[in-house]
Write a protein that binds this ligand. Structure first.
Ligand SMILES: [Cu+2]
Length: 457
């Protein structure tokens, strides 16, 4: 593991354990804080490329926010300073932490008020690629919350074992975060949201440092789609992705794919064998988006020339491909156990931009009432022409059925329910307290696509 090479690429990971050991904190200069991690929310100007700067709100004046590492089961203190004029909320996505620190006002997490700060103390778990981001309504303002620069990656390392990899047990020569985002959103003439600029790790294609690799290296990429509204498909010509984790959760066995598909909030951990020397573009399949910035250069040592893009052969991303026993005859003994309860959720468009769940929009949606330590099945029936990345806070769920196909062994916190399809997931209720479930497409979430899960006594 050559951590230093990562430093030159994207700035260093901030490990709370290392910081605590050295008596320092991850604070920006001028802060007298004894926290493990300090995030200052404030306006900043992000240079996506020479002459292409964006005014946005970000963490510690940088886009993405600092790369954070924590150790599973080890308590951390996070100080959040709000240097903006609006209340702010930071959500810790994919962690099983209590509702008062999770970062959703609907669950009871207090906002950080303007010119104020709050300390959040929690114990990160489970291991894997997690992230943190602004949480709240943006409405028709395409510059707020998840449209802004308020996003960053948090890797939770296992207590024992290889600290370079929270997602698997392999050895990697390099570990590279790949964080997608768009900028300058606008409404198209047919009412969709599009963007003028795109970035990976805060830089437009060609504007940042290339990912420098050598032949025969095995590189672990941690992909995060930090988009507010947009799914992305990525390829690295000449190479394959060996997917080892989805949403940070390890798969039973790696699966090799030519293309990655990431909806808003989804993560994919994949390693790549560097065996095709050249200068390549790791980027979005759509050419207009690559041209507007959605790509990053991968450069082998000793290779020169313009980075190459070759369109990959068609490939359909399917979660069940990553399940245990994919391709084998269905073994009834491996099927998901009968749940203790079922929650059918029918998704339909409402009037205007509204979305309805079983006919109602938040805050009028029904509440899923559960008991602790049970297994419940959420049955999503998407009666609409749009895909929805469904996210359940503070829990991990297991896919049990995707578009009619039974599956097991795929654990996620965000699942895409494609247009006109049905998806079933089982959630084990081990994380008491109010829990938010919502579409991670910001414009859907803001227009009624949320509901609560509550634990009963
Ligand atoms: Cu949606």
């Amino acid at each position: 593991m050559t951590r230093r090479q990562l430093v030159s690429l994207t700035g260093c990971w901030i490990s709370s354990a290392a910081l605590r050991a050295s008596g320092q904190s991850a604070s920006p200069p001028g802060n007298a804080s004894d926290a493990d991690i300090t995030l200052r929310i404030g306006e900043t100007t992000a240079e996506l490329a020479p002459g292409r700067s964006i005014k946005t709100v970000a963490y510690n004046g940088q886009v993405p926010g600092p790369l954070l590492r924590a150790t599973e089961g080890k308590s951390i203190a996070v100080d959040i300073f709000n240097d903006t004029r609006e209340p702010q909320m930071v959500h810790w996505h994919g962690l099983h932490i209590p509702p008062d620190v999770d970062g959703a006002h609907e669950e009871g997490t207090p906002h950080v008020q303007p010119n104020d700060h709050r300390r959040y103390v929690f114990t990160p778990r489970p291991t894997g690629t997690r992230w943190y981001h602004a949480h709240g309504a943006a409405g028709r303002n395409l510059h707020k919350t998840t449209y802004s620069g308020q996003f960053g990656m948090l890797v939770v390392d296992p207590k024992n074992g290889d600290p370079s990899n929270g997602a698997g047990s392999g050895q990697y020569d390099l570990e590279i975060p790949i964080i997608l985002h768009e900028w300058d959103g606008y409404f198209t003439s047919d009412g969709d949201i599009d963007y003028k600029l795109f970035s990976i790790n805060g830089k437009m294609l060609g504007a940042g440092e290339p990912i420098r690799v050598r032949r025969s290296q095995r590189v672990l990429f941690r992909f995060l789609n930090a988009s507010a509204t947009m799914s992305h498909r990525l390829a690295l010509p000449g190479h394959k992705f060996n997917v080892i984790a989805l949403d940070g959760n390890t798969l039973a066995s790696p699966r090799t794919v030519p293309i990655l598909d990431l909806a808003p909030a989804e993560r994919v951990d994949a390693f790549v064998e560097m065996d095709q020397p050249g200068v390549w573009i790791l980027g979005e399949l759509l050419q207009p988006q690559r041209s507007a910035g959605m790509g990053i250069v991968v450069e082998y040592a000793g290779e020169r020339g313009a980075p190459r893009w070759i369109s990959p052969a068609p490939f359909t991303w399917d979660y069940t491909f990553f399940g245990t026993g994919f391709g084998a005859a269905v073994d009834p003994s491996k099927a998901a156990p009968e749940p203790d309860g079922r929650f059918p959720i029918v998704i339909r468009p409402g009037s205007g931009h509204q979305w309805t769940l079983n006919g109602k929009s938040f805050p009028h949606t029904e509440t899923m009432v559960v008991k602790e330590n049970r297994r419940y099945r959420l049955i999503f029936d998407n009666q609409s022409a749009e895909a929805h990345p469904l996210h359940l806070h503070r829990h991990t769920f297991e896919l049990t059925k995707f578009d009619g196909k039974p599956t097991a062994g795929v654990f996620k916190d965000t699942v895409v329910v494609p247009a006109w399809k049905q998806v079933e997931v089982d959630v084990t209720t081990y994380s008491p307290g109010p829990t938010l479930m919502h579409c991670h497409q910001q414009f859907h979430m803001d227009f009624g696509f949320m509901m609560m899960m509550q634990y009963s006594g």
